[in-house]
Design a protein around this ligand. Sequence first.
Ligand code: SF4
Length: 245
Amino acid sequence: MQSEAYIHSIETMGMVDGPGIRYVIFMQGCPLRCAFCHNPDTWHMTKGQTKTLNWLLADIKNYLPYFRSSGGGVTVSGGEPLLQAEFLELLFAELKKINIHRVIDTSGFAAVEKVKKLMSLTDLVMLSIKHPNPEKHREISGQSSERPLAFARYLTKINMPVWVRYVLIPEVSDSPQDLAGLAAMINNMPNVQRLELLPYNTLGKSKWEQLGISSPLLDKPSPLPQEVEAARKTMAGLLPGLKTI
Ligand code: SF4
């Protein structure tokens, strides 16, 4: 059993990674290479800091009043947190004992068998769908979509509450066909409670440059506000009844 976690950073008052005020742990390590990644410095597992289970639990408990008053809790993000599923099983089991809400923010790139126990201890999954088209998925993330798709099917099978996240990249992921493909995926997942459309931005650009790596998307413009709004309307039309933000 993994007794320490490789961590990139911690945000103690997160407001965007799940309900309420959240203690967000950004884990180190990711097998994907998304062309829009804001955190390429999380990619290598051992380049971060290490934290023990006891250290994390003690630190998290400092924020209990904020969780209780806001309906918040703990979110584990990344990097790809499912790479350290064994450690997270230990953490989530302890958090469950003290009734702290537990969220995983993931690309879903994991072998389902290895994360079943962790899923049984998780309250909500924020699932980042990179692209509904398998070829474009590989182009954007450097990996096949087979594992994320199998993971998504498993989440539906166990009726896990899911919030889907999707990055709108002009001319890459925002065409009517792309949006229809995304809607078709979500229509097969009655467990999805919310869709978050995130406009692509270049906030990660300086990190890419510092690390001396390049991305074909770095010079793409962000979508215009009216383009994002149009995509929201399209998705709301294709997925009536689903909260789309
Ligand atoms: S899954 Fe997340 S951390 Fe990994 S490369 Fe993609 S955006 Fe970056």
